[in-house]
Design a binder for this molecule. Structure first.
Ligand code: GLA
Length: 389
């Protein structure tokens, strides 16, 4: 990836790029739809990322050529407009959000490319936002604060792009640590490293099924959670989000909620518990337990949160019958996109091939599977380093 954009930069600008930036996509091991309920998530950054090779400009324009889309974004930081298409809005949105927060930005130009599949639930949009933030920090000379950058990327996503997501994707793309998942408390934004079990790997299973109505269904889930909170807060005023609801409270006040609200709340309340138990299992090296919790999460997402799909269920079922796999579940928002499997390293490659082969036979969809490793969050390579690595 780096070589590809490096050589495209050299042919376009006749010099070595002074900066490379990259920001990764993610999978979430467990803790789904809990982020916007102020709860816990356990994502890891993957070894697929968006890359830019760039140099500063002396004016306030940003010009980026995407090798993947063969399109060029050309904007003025003094006149940012909504309405840029596809990948471009994430860069203009990041510029807008940084400027809103008071950052003095300088212009830059360069080339972009990535290998995070688009619209597959691996957070290519968060990766693009964080790569743009890294680029602005490199040319404008401000320090990189991963948590703050993730917060500003979330503002861009919510207010500029118009997607009402939580903080998980932006924060893991900004702050991921190689070899680890990150336990994130989405209320305090405190993070804790959770080491991935030695001898196991995560296999990404892309269903390649179109994600229909994902955005409106996602927003509907959010509002169902909020309405459950309002009703529970009438009895327990300390409740601000489903994060504050214990299983006992939910059981005691179940009759206040309608059937849908109860299911949504039950998923969130039990999922928060599963995340914390998963971290414990990882710290104790209890991989079998982690696998069980992943499966329980998938079941809850299907039955109570109703965001799974036939394709995702098929992938998970196939994975669980495959040698070396200890757990599997959908990852990200659901409604299509990807599942993941926790697999013994020595079986991981074969598991990836055989699961996707069977999936293809059953569904007729191509699917895609690969073994991934937990990678570093958004990073900057400068000068010498950018030439050597
Ligand atoms: C999407 C959103 C995240 C999170 C997940 C579900 O990836 O962008 O904020 O809500 O769905 O866990």
């Amino acid at each position: 990836m780096k070589q590809r954009i490096g050589s495209a930069f050299r042919s376009g600008f006749s010099e070595e790029p002074p900066f490379f930036v990259r920001a990764p996509g993610r999978v979430n091991l467990i803790g789904e739809h809990t982020d916007y309920n102020d709860g816990f998530v356990l994502p890891m950054a993957i070894d697929r990322a968006i890359w830019f090779a760039l140099r500063p400009r002396s004016d306030r324009r940003v010009r980026v050529h995407s090798l993947d889309f063969d399109e060029t974004l050309d904007i003025s930081l003094d006149d940012l407009r909504r309405g840029d298409g596809r990948w471009m809005k994430y860069i203009s949105g990041m510029a807008w959000s940084l400027q809103q927060a008071g950052y003095q930005l300088c212009g830059w130009e360069g080339v972009a490319s990535g290998n995070v599949p688009v619209a597959s639930g691996l957070s290519s949009s968060a990766a693009l936002e964080l790569a743009a933030a890294r680029a602005f920090s490199a040319v404008s000379g401000f320090d990189w604060d991963a948590v703050e950058m993730a917060q500003l990327a979330l503002v861009a996503e919510n207010q500029w792009v118009g997607v009402n997501c939580g903080i998980m994707d932006q924060l893991i793309s900004a702050a991921g640590v190689a070899g680890h998942a990150l336990l994130i408390d989405c209320r305090s934004l405190h993070t804790r490293l959770a080491p991935l079990p030695a001898g196991y790997q995560i296999v990404v299973l892309n269903s390649a099924a179109p994600r229909s109505l994902a955005e409106s269904a996602y927003n509907l889930r959010r509002s169902e959670c909020e309405s459950a909170v309002r009703k529970l807060a009438a009895v327990y005023p300390e409740i601000q989000a489903l994060r504050d609801v214990t299983p006992a409270m939910l059981q005691a006040e179940a009759q206040r909620l309608d059937a849908i609200e109860l299911k949504r709340a039950r998923h969130i309340v039990t999922e928060d518990e599963r995340v914390l138990l998963s971290v414990e299992a990882m710290e104790q090296g209890d991989v079998a337990r982690l696998g069980e919790l992943m499966v329980a999460s998938h079941v809850s997402l299907g039955d109570d949160y109703e965001v799974s799909s036939l394709e995702l269920d098929t992938l998970v079922e196939l994975a669980l019958k495959t040698e070396g796999v200890l757990g599997a579940r959908l990852t990200g928002a659901g409604f299509g996109g990807c599942a993941i499997a926790l697999c013994k390293t020595e079986h991981a490659q074969n598991a990836a091939t055989s699961i996707i082969g069977r999936y293809n036979e059953i569904t007729g969809l191509p699917g895609e599977a690969y073994v991934t490793v937990a990678s570093e969050g958004a990073s900057l390579l400068i000068g010498e380093e950018s030439l050597l690595t």
